[in-house]
Design a protein around this ligand. Structure first.
Ligand code: PLP
Length: 337
């Protein structure tokens, strides 16, 4: 039985065509700036998203870290959602490695940081305080798109109060598809953007950080310091390029399948589907039933993320087809909640 892995959109296998593209990629030593495939990827994303410069990096976590370290100095702070990836799920990297203080703000249900609370958190210029430097947003957040008009309001606040605006756009292409807008409109207004290629786009490895030339020069230096200076990375860049050519529009299929999956699960007695946005579905299962549910699903060859709040997360992606959705629904339907 083919396993159905709904834990995350990071679990995709490179397609045969992607592997072919990797085999054919011209490569060089990227630390010397000599990998043509890496340059092609960076140039392409910079042009697509409307930034002067781009840097291909191993992970989204490193990309966000380099962004914060390149915007901030020791003793600066970034204002960030209390449930944002850059605060909660990156090991405290900005503080640990960058001496940058996070200022978390409780998010609204849609993932936005209330701008009055952001403004109230900006510290006076005074030696008692860390220097408020960056406002970091995340789009999508747990699959939710930020309200498109909110992006403009956040930009206005950042400009008015002298903050640098960073987007953790790990799933920015999912947001673009959901808005029905080109990705560059989602990125517009941000001083820097981090995009993951290894999530819904289906590349095996990699993220790209975008910004102005001086910022990307600083990020390249910090990437080396962080041990992320890589050599013949062009094979990975070629996979990412293939993903950009072939796997962006199809994100709409993942969203449609997540929608159908949520609809079908809502019809199952006793199952509480709490949300579905873009490629994610969340289910609340009584804690006492979670262990049995996990065993039941494992026996059906289905893997889920358990332990999130709400308790179960299902993510559709490149390797989840209609049959996988049907099998998942059937497995949920045959469990007693
Ligand atoms: C996955 C993710 C990251 C980090 O990406 P890694 O490549 O796993 O380090 C950053 N932000 C968000 C919102 C993510 O979902």
């Amino acid at each position: 039985m083919r396993p159905v892995d709904l834990r995350s959109d990071t679990v995709t296998q490179p397609t045969d065509a992607m592997r072919e593209a990797m085999l054919r990629a011209p490569v060089g030593d990227d630390v010397y700036g000599e990998d043509p495939s890496v340059h092609a990827l960076q140039d392409r994303l910079a042009a697509d998203l409307g930034f002067p410069a781009a840097l291909f990096v191993p992970t989204g976590t490193q990309s966000n870290l380099l962004a914060l370290m390149s915007h901030c100095e020791r003793g600066d702070e970034y204002i960030v959602g209390a449930d944002a990836h850059t605060y909660r799920f990156e090991g405290g990297g900005a503080a640990v490695l960058g001496s940058i203080q996070p200022q978390p703000i409780a998010q609204d249900a849609d993932g936005s940081l209330p701008l009055d609370k952001v403004e109230a958190a900006i510290k006076p210029v005074d030696p008692h305080f860390a220097r408020s430097k960056v406002l970091a947003l995340e789009n999508t957040w747990h699959g939710r798109t930020l309200d498109f008009a909110y992006l403009g309001r956040a930009r206005e606040l950042a400009t008015r109060r002298g903050l640098t605006l960073h987007l953790d756009g790990a799933r920015m292409y999912n947001a673009a598809i959901a808005y029905g807008k080109p990705a560059r409109e989602v990125a517009a207004g941000f001083d820097s953007v981090s995009v993951c290629l290894s999530k819904g786009l289906g590349a095996p490895v990699g993220s790209v950080l975008l910004g102005d030339v001086a910022f990307i020069d600083r990020a390249r230096r910090w990437r080396k310091v962080a041990g992320g200076g890589w050599r013949q990375a062009g094979m990975l860049a070629a996979a990412a390029m293939h993903a950009l050519d072939h796997h962006v529009e199809r994100l709409a299929d993942d969203h449609a399948r997540a929608h159908r999956l949520a609809d079908a699960l809502r019809r199952i007695d006793g199952l509480n589907v709490t949300a579905q946005h873009t490629n994610m579905v969340f289910i609340d299962v009584p804690p006492a039933r979670l262990k049995d549910l996990a065993a039941h699903m494992a026996a059906a060859g289905i893997r889920l993320s358990i332990g999130y709040l709400p308790s179960v997360r299902l993510v559709t992606h490149l390797d989840i087809d209609d049959e996988a959705v049907e099998r998942t629904v059937a497995a949920f339907a045959s469990f007693a909640y």
